[in-house]
Design a protein around this ligand. Structure first.
Ligand code: KG4
Ligand code: ZN
Length: 359
């Protein structure tokens, strides 16, 4: 088996079955993909969301998430194998999210991967979760609306989720430079907190965007933090506070009021994300823009960034909706696109990296 030996050039022509495992936050996910030369194909994509559990607390509690991963990971694995009509004996590589994420949650996926690797002698590869979101725009057969061709590089990736808001320069696959990130709340976190202020359940993103579709985007003039800061940093805490002041002052929070707050808030977030992404894309002279992560499911953001990237004639790669939320297909895809084929030795020493920065 492999341990530290550089991959042979045949890596690009080999046939492999890759098992992906993702447990970094509140989704328990296992996927199986097939790599044939440079082509990837989805064989199974199983995803169990813990939303119902966390909705009771209004957010994700790491220990609760870990406990639930422990209960669901094996049935999720069994479902992924059965959907792909195979047993573990056919798996050539296990790709598992190593970080960033919630330490106790990550550890459940890593310990499961370690056990499978050591019992079945399957090499294991630790994957960066953010790189997983970035990989979600590469072509993969069997996933609806996946790209047909690999994106032209260099690219600029806007990674927007509940835990992250980052602009990442993708020089090559596997070679990144983080241009800037949020100084406080992530965009998804702001959606979740504003939703809570309006009495909507967790996670707030989909709820806010549904309400926003029926409200006025100019009803309230919320701040657009750092929109003209001239750098690639973000900040959403001030925007959330502005919404809080408005909502707390209002005695009768009618449905039309909530719709207008949701629409004006969503517009403020979208304005900041789109304007800063386009500025960075022009500045970095990239050949494509990626929109990935949980918040990239937002229809208004997808539409606004499409219009704005058309205007600067840079092609936009949107994560297929199935791959916007945390999932294991994107984790397996990183392994499929990478030259690194993992090792057995990694299984013995792998630990969660809760703050693993992409470099
Ligand atoms: O990527 P993801 O599943 O998990 C993290 O890595 O955080 O992202 C979850 C986040 C949540 O904050 C959720 O509210 C947000 O993505 N989200 C949305 C939408 N769908 C999910 N935000 C805005 N609009 C949506 N349609
Ligand atoms: Zn994520």
């Amino acid at each position: 088996m492999f341990s530290g030996i550089p991959p042979p050039s045949s890596w690009y022509t080999t046939h492999m079955i890759i098992l992906g495992i993702e447990t970094s936050c509140d989704d328990t996910a296992v996927s199986i993909i097939e790599k044939k030369g440079l082509r990837l194909r989805s064989l199974s994509h199983i995803h169990y969301s813990q939303i119902k559990t966390h909705a009771r607390y209004g957010g994700v509690i790491p220990e609760v998430a870990a406990r639930e991963h422990t209960v669901t990971i094996i049935p999720t694995l069994q479902a992924a194998l059965s959907r792909a009509r195979m047993t573990l004996t056919r798996v050539d590589l296990i790709a598992v999210t190593q970080g960033p994420g919630l330490s106790p949650a990550l550890s459940v996926g890593i310990d499961t991967a370690r056990l499978l690797s050591l019992l079945h002698h399957i090499p294991i590869l630790g994957i960066n979760h953010i790189e997983g979101h970035i990989a979600s725009v590469w072509p993969i057969e069997g996933i609806a609306h996946a790209a047909k061709k690999p994106p032209p590089l260099p690219a600029l990736a806007l990674v927007v989720s509940g835990g992250h808001t980052e602009l990442v320069l993708v020089k090559k696959f596997g070679q990144y430079h983080v241009l800037g990130k949020t100084r406080d709340d992530a965009a998804g976190e702001a959606f979740d907190k504003v939703a809570a202020l309006l009495g909507l359940p967790y996670p707030g993103g989909p709820e806010i965007s549904q309400l926003a579709a029926l409200g006025s985007r100019s009803a309230f003039d919320f701040p657009r933090p750092m929109i003209t800061s001239g750098d690639d940093e973000f900040s959403f805490a001030g925007l959330k506070t502005a919404v809080r002041y408005l909502v707390e002052k209002r005695k009768r929070r009618t449905l039309p009021f909530k719709r207008d707050v949701a629409a004006s808030f969503e517009q403020a977030v979208v304005d900041v994300l789109v304007q800063k992404t386009i500025r960075a894309a022009v500045h970095q002279k990239v050949r494509s823009i990626f929109l990935v992560g949980g918040v990239s499911a937002n229809a208004h953001l997808r539409q606004s960034l499409t219009v704005a990237s058309n205007a600067i004639k840079v092609s936009l790669f949107l994560a297929p909706v199935l791959l916007t939320q945390d999932n294991a297909t994107m984790i397996a895809m990183v392994a499929g696109l990478s030259k690194n084929k993992g090792s057995l030795a990694a299984a013995r020493r792998m630990r969660a990296e809760p703050s693993w920065h992409l470099t």
